[in-house]
Ligand binder design. Sequence first.
Ligand code: CP
Ligand code: NVA
Length: 310
Amino acid sequence: MSALRHFVDLWPLEPETLRAILDDAHRRKAARVGWPRGRADPDAPAAGRTLAMIFEKNSTRTRFSFDAAMRQLGGASIISTGADMQIGRGETIEDTARVLSRMVDAVMLRTNGHDTVERFAAVADVPVINGLTGASHPCQILADLMALEERCGPVAGKTIAWVGDGNNVCASYLHAAGKFGFRLNIASPADYSPALIDLARAVEAGGQISLTEDPQEAVRGADCVVADTWVSMGDVDYDERVSALTPYQVDDDLMDLAGPRAAFLHCLPAHRGEEVTDEVLDGPRSLVWDAAENRIHAQKSILAWCFGAI
Ligand code: CP
Ligand code: NVA
């Protein structure tokens, strides 16, 4: 690993590093219960530091949680869309990285192509964080696992069932499985199964992974069921996706196969009535609102790690 602490994907990071980030997030969250959300943590590990954020795609949670996270760490942030910047008119991503490296202390990017974040990180002199690309969404998984641990205890040894499109969020679950020691059952239609490279990375990291086209088989006995939209930002084959993925809707009957204590996670935004029913999303097994809040806590610890405070 380079001296710079980039958080571009989970798969290149050591399990101990990821565990330390998640433990720090649990500690920081517990230490500020009842506090106003704008008050800084006493150690303020980002004091005097600025995070730049560049969005090529829409965002609610990532945008607000990173901004709130920097405030709680004692730092500041600057947010822009790619379209408003000169990259929107053809300035190279490398030149953008060189310039922002002289102005801020870290950069978070949400981009269409994963290679955009990788190219930025290859040139940047400051830590770079992936705030979602078409290929992965590593920040989301730490927030999800944090919510699951709050409900069920340590995630090591648990079984998580992914139901639906083998997309960017699924890829980061694959990258996380071996690192955190959970079993991952994936149910997806053959045309929308995860990329082979992500399956290979999961196996290389010691992940226990099973693949099936049968959602009932995947969720039986699972501690947690995870769903995501059938049509991600940038996908164009809406009708084909909805047709192939309709049998993968998570409803109470499917959750019942997992068991009464099983949790439900979804990165949001949800498409109610498509990949998940209202009864599951708003029901007692849903951890989605906790996970959404945890985007702040998990990303504070990602940032603290990037800044060398973990
Ligand atoms: N889950 C997530 O990343 O949400 P946003 O797209 O709103 O940032
Ligand atoms: N898979 C979804 C996640 C959104 C947070 C997408 O990429 O659009």
